[in-house]
Design a protein around this ligand. Sequence first.
Ligand SMILES: [Zn+2]
Length: 218
Amino acid sequence: MRDLPTATVRNQVLVPMRFAGGFATTARVFTFRGLVDGREHLALGLGAHAAAVSRDAADRPPLVRLHSECLTGDVLGSERCDCGPQLAEAVEAIADAGGFLLYLRQEGRGIGLYAKIDAYALQDDGLDTYEANLALGYAADARDYTPAAQMLRALGVDRVALLSNNPDKAAQLAAFGITVADRMPTGVHLNPANARYLATKAARGEHTLALPVDVAAG
Ligand SMILES: [Zn+2]
């Protein structure tokens, strides 16, 4: 098992939230001390999250999503990716089941906002999302989920049902001793602008996405 430095909860506050689709809930927002990358990651406790943490091992663990920040998708409604709809879907599902959404400040799969825009420019010249990152001198996916594992531990969570199509997230959490008892796929949020991006994620990132055949092939 990989060594996991201890982080602690720094503060927590209730935030009522209303999403564009009309869904409303109240999140308990947690901040942390001691995260290895020094970034200001947030955890949102949703629904009956405290009860989910204290459940017996035989019962369903808290539903957890590791959401990487995407300013263009989450805030600006960009259709070049599916982050905005995924965020809204995850908040709703977790509020229903009880659990946590970790909002990770890993813009552009960890390369940053400006570099992500540079990668979009290269994609407009024909590279796919992974090739574009490599052409800019970055890893295809630079995300390290050590802070996410630290946050879960600080919240008393050592067993999760993971809301994700990305096997790397489950593998990294498991390496830190977080038991991924169950994996739930997220929905497919397809539009004309993100079809190629989603097909690339499915093909190159080994995401488990149930795409229509014509999109997956293209
Ligand atoms: Zn995005």
